[in-house]
Design a protein around this ligand. Structure first.
Ligand code: ATP
Ligand code: MG
Length: 358
């Protein structure tokens, strides 16, 4: 029995395009249609370069395979999409030969590397965070203990001082000790790990309560808020206090970046096709909460450093907001993504596993 070739190609997870010797599309399997947001019927007979433009690797590799008669590959090629997130794909093209040995077409493979790269990034992030957590715990512990003694001694000195110079010096010590103690308290966040209080939460109510908290903050003045909520999202199991902290930090960053004028868009979305794997190996659909602002955006060379504790470009900033946010998102087995598309503000996405029951 011979199977239907179209059915087989459609069952393959990689995108497969078959083109004729003139570079016109003959076949576009289901995965390729999904990746490129086209239908198989609409592509038949079209030149391959009409899919993503003549300069895209997809077109140049297809052309290379047809003219040189050799397989060619390119990794991590961006595919911009209108309706869904952009993709990063690995592309390869191989020539097809007729019975006489002449090139009479090519087959192009598209492999979506987005999921694998996401996974690698999550592992790296966890390792990064774990290293920082153990340093933070060590420093906080070692420094905090003697601080109480230093403060007490400075108070005694201040009380016994006969001249104002000594009193002022003692006051300075007390003030600075208090500042260090507050910073250590912030650092202690990173040592609190597995005590999440998970309960079913209406994510939109939680976002509203965050916006309510910010409503009284001068930083929100002049900024328009735009809610794009997906009403079909069910209650999700999260730690409401921790997530409030996450959203507060992200919203505050966006408001600070816009400096009194612009729009903060908060968008929620469910991704049933994108699964997040928990540490126990179970897979969940993804809940995405996106904060998009119309501020100046973030220079590409800074993007990787942002969630590093104490990295800040803001006068008066501590540089802990994003690091704390990432800490709690990772504890929820989610992902925090910071992007800054060209010609627009910053876009920060929190992706959480959509767990609905314990
Ligand atoms: N929405 C945004 N637009 C532009 N830059 C941003 C945005 N969010 C964060 N950043 C950049 O990332 C840096 C780190 O942010 P983070 O929240 O960790 O610290 P911070 O805001 O500087 O200080 P704080 O500890 O008070 O939050 C900021 O100093 C800023 O440069
Ligand atoms: Mg901040």
């Amino acid at each position: 029995m011979t199977r239907d070739l179209t059915g087989i190609l459609d069952a393959v997870l990689a995108g497969i395009l078959v083109i004729d010797a003139e570079g016109r599309l003959e076949t576009c399997n289901a995965a390729a249609c999904r990746m490129l947001e086209v239908s198989a019927d609409s592509t038949r007979g079209r030149p391959v370069q009409s899919l993503l433009g003549p300069d895209h690797a997809l077109s140049t590799l297809a052309h290379g395979a047809l003219t040189r008669g050799q397989s060619v590959t390119a990794n991590e090629c961006a595919v911009e999409r209108r309706f869904d997130d952009d993709l990063t794909v690995d592309v390869s093209a191989s020539p097809l030969f007729d019975a006489a040995g002449d090139i009479d077409g090519a087959v192009v493979f598209l492999r979506d590397g987005t999921l694998q790269r996401d996974l690698q990034r999550r592992v790296l992030e966890r390792e990064h965070l774990a290293a920082f957590e153990s340093i933070a715990a060590g420093v906080a512990h070692e420094v905090k203990n003697p601080l109480g003694g230093i403060r007490g001694a400075a108070e005694i000195l201040g009380a016994r001082a006969a001249d104002t110079k000594t009193t002022d010096a003692a006051d300075l010590i007390v003030r600075e000790v208090d500042r260090i103690a507050a910073l250590l308290d912030d650092l202690m966040v990173f040592t609190q790990g597995d005590d999440l209080q998970l309960a079913p939460v209406n994510i939109h109510q939680l976002i509203e309560s965050v916006l309510e908290l910010l409503a009284h903050d001068p930083v929100q003045r002049g900024v328009e808020l735009n809610r794009e909520f997906d009403p079909s999202i069910p209650e999700v199991l999260i730690d409401a206090d921790r997530m409030t902290q996450v959203f507060l930090n992200l919203a505050r960053n966006a408001l600070q970046a816009m400096d009194g004028s612009g729009t903060l868009t908060i968008r929620t979305r469910m991704r049933l096709d994108r699964r997040l794997t928990s540490r126990s190996g179970q897979q969940y659909p993804t809940l995405r909460i996106e904060f998009r602002d119309t501020g100046p955006g973030i220079p590409a060379e800074l993007l990787d450093r942002l969630a590093t504790p104490f990295f800040t470009t803001r006068v008066g900033g501590t540089g802990l907001g994003l690091a704390v946010a990432r800490h709690w998102v990772v504890r929820h087995e989610g992902v925090l993504q910071i992007e800054s598309p060209p010609d627009s503000g910053a876009r920060v996405r929190v992706e959480l596993p959509l767990r609905t029951s314990p």
